[in-house]
Design a protein around this ligand. Structure first.
Ligand code: FES
Length: 74
């Protein structure tokens, strides 16, 4: 699937499997390595991002679940 979204005030478009965690999209596809991998289980907070102003653990958000604005992408 291909998804377009805004990150750090920049509109980006990425193509990846719908079950790819947002963490890996941010780090690997977009090269934003400030977002860290820790536990990978939603426990440590190393991967924390804000989605529409709400805290989210990016290791627990799948690309196919939607990236804000309350609507899934397909
Ligand atoms: S890596 Fe620990 S909460 Fe995401």
């Amino acid at each position: 699937m291909e998804v377009a979204f805004t990150i750090n005030d920049r509109l980006v478009s990425v193509a990846a499997a719908s079950d790819t965690p947002l963490l890996w999209i941010i780090r690997e596809s977009l090269g934003l390595t400030g977002t860290k991998f820790g536990c990978g289980a939603g426990l440590c907070g190393a991967c924390t991002v804000h989605i529409d102003g709400e805290r989210a653990f990016s290791c627990q958000v799948l690309l196919g679940e939607g990236l804000g604005s309350g609507r899934p992408y397909d």
